[in-house]
Structure formats: C-alpha cells, structure tokens
Design a protein around this ligand. Structure first.
Ligand SMILES: [Zn+2]
Length: 119
C-alpha cells in the first residue's frame, strides 16, 4: 500500500473516531437525563419499566460504539506498525473497497465470511 493510501485511511479512521467520540458523549448525556427523569418517577411500575427498556437500548448502542472505537484504535495502531490493510487471518491484502467501507476491519471478506459461517 502506498503512503498516500495509508494517509487517506488514517484520516478516514481519525474522522470516524471523532464522530464516534461525539456520539458516545451524546449517549452519555441522554443516559444522564433519562436517569434524572427516572429519579422523578416514584412508584409507577409502568414508567419504571419503560425507563429500564430505554436504558437497555442505550447500553446496546453504547457498547457497539465502544467496540467500534476499540477497532478504530487498533486499526490506527496497525497503521503505525505498517500492517494495516493486511488480513490478520490469511495475510493477504484486504480489498480496497472493503477498507473504504470499513477501514477498521482486520479480515478480508473471504476470511470474515468463513469466520461468520463457523459461528
Ligand atoms: Zn483473509
């Protein structure tokens, strides 16, 4: 992979990381305001249930964002180590179109679908 390409993907990753950090803090704010609402609801079990459900949904999206954050961090590290864009499984180059869509991916499409089939 050329230096220019690496730089391009690095910028993609940094941009994605910034927007991910933004949405994580948005979620935290939403969680906080929901918690405050929760504190105002006393003894109404129906309302308590609905607050719990929205907190669960929030936690789910939060976890997914955090996973992506970790993956982005790892991809940035691979850029530094010059192993970026190489499939961790078979060692072949990952398809550029795939990297474009998912710059933090660690596996080529073949290994990825094989690993999903195994699950
Ligand atoms: Zn592979």
């Amino acid at each position: 992979m050329t230096e220019e390409k690496i730089k391009y993907y690095k910028e993609l990753l940094l941009k994605e990381k910034a927007s991910m950090a933004q949405s994580l803090s948005d979620d935290d704010n939403a969680a906080r305001s929901m918690m405050e609402q929760d504190a105002n609801v006393v003894g109404d079990s129906a309302d308590e249930a609905s607050v719990n459900i929205s907190q669960n949904i929030l936690n789910l999206t939060n976890n997914k964002n955090k996973e992506t954050m970790v993956a982005i961090e790892a991809a940035l590290r691979r850029i530094e180590e010059k192993t970026f864009g190489v499939c961790v499984h078979c060692g072949k180059d990952i398809n550029p179109e795939r990297l474009e869509a998912l710059p933090w991916t660690t596996m080529c499409i073949k290994c990825k679908s094989a690993s999903e089939k195994r699950r």
